[in-house]
Structures are given as C-alpha cells and as structure tokens.
Design a protein. Structure first.
Length: 179
C-alpha cells in the first residue's frame, strides 16, 4: 500500500534574527494511506464544487481566514457557516495521523549554538524517523511513501531536495531508509 506525507511549516527556519513574538519553528506532517487520501480528496472536491462549481480552488488558510480571493464568498455569514460545517465534518471524519516537530530556536541556540544546521532539516529528519516508526507499527506492508512538501523558494527547495537525498542514502541516527 502507498502512503502520502504532506508537510508544511510555520515560523522562520533561520537562526540569525529570531522574532521574539514567535521564536519557534514548526514542521507539521499529515500522513494518509492512499485510499484515505483519495477519500479526503474526493470530499474536498465536493466542497469546492458545492461552493465554487470548480475543483481547482486552492485552500490557503490565510485566504480562508481573511475571506480573500475565492474565499470572499465567506463574507456572507450564512455561506461561511455552511462552509465551515462541511469542512469540519470532512476533517473530523477523515482518517489520517499528524506528526510534527517544534523547535524553540532560543533554547536550541543555547544548547547547540548557531550551527550551520538548518532547523527545517532537523525537523524534517525527526518527522521522517517518526513516520518510519509509525508505518512499521501500523501497517503490514508499505510499497511507497510519497513526500509532498510545499514549495519554499528555489534555493531552499534545492537545499531541501539535497537533504532528502542525503537521508535516503545515509538514513538518520535511528533509521536506515530506502528510496
């Protein structure tokens, strides 16, 4: 069986200038079996067709919260209520697991210094280890794990691709990976 791991971050991954109001970096992963992912995708497409008549609408949390772009329709409180009820139902009834990593950057620097290590890469390594442990304990057989990471920037994406390739070649401290 195939699995999908979707990843996105919150916060800045840099260690040079730390925002005192948000001194953490969080990387969050959501893992689905292929069947559960297809069910969720179909349910989301149903919502998109119900409210926009098109499945191409992209759900960005900022646009939804601010009622911007396609989500201007949510300025109508009746539409907003119906939208959130359907969205809540889908999320609460779907089958998935969340695996995340949070790094308090100030504590990290006090313990390890401002090493060249990127906290994004450290968080990703941690999540991948936990995903391997999760899959080992919850499934009989895994054919493939697809890793889907939101684009960050050309330079950051290249560095991240290199890190993932290194993980596949060398593994982590706790797990050996195969591509």
């Amino acid at each position: 069986m195939n699995y999908y791991l979707f990843l996105d971050e919150s916060g800045d991954h840099g260690l040079k200038n730390i925002d005192k109001s948000f001194p953490v970096f969080v990387l969050c992963g959501v893992i689905f079996s292929e069947a559960d992912y297809q069910n969720l995708r179909n349910d989301f497409n149903t919502i998109k067709h119900t409210f926009w008549g098109d499945h191409k609408v992209i759900f960005h949390s900022r646009d939804i919260r601010k009622c911007e772009k396609e989500f201007k329709i949510l300025l109508d409180n009746d539409v907003k209520s119906k939208f959130y009820k359907k969205l809540d139902k889908i999320i609460s009834e779907s089958t998935y697991s969340v695996i995340s990593s949070a790094i308090d950057k100030e504590r990290y620097i006090k313990k390890y210094g401002k090493l060249r290590n990127d906290v994004y890469e450290i968080a990703l390594s941690f999540i991948i280890e936990r995903v391997v442990f999760y899959l080992d304990s919850h499934t009989n057989h895994v054919d493939k794990l697809f890793l889907i990471i939101e684009k960050r920037g050309k330079k950051e994406d290249a560095r991240l691709k290199h890190h993932v390739e290194t993980l596949l070649q060398l593994g982590t401290y706790y797990v050996t990976l195969k591509d």
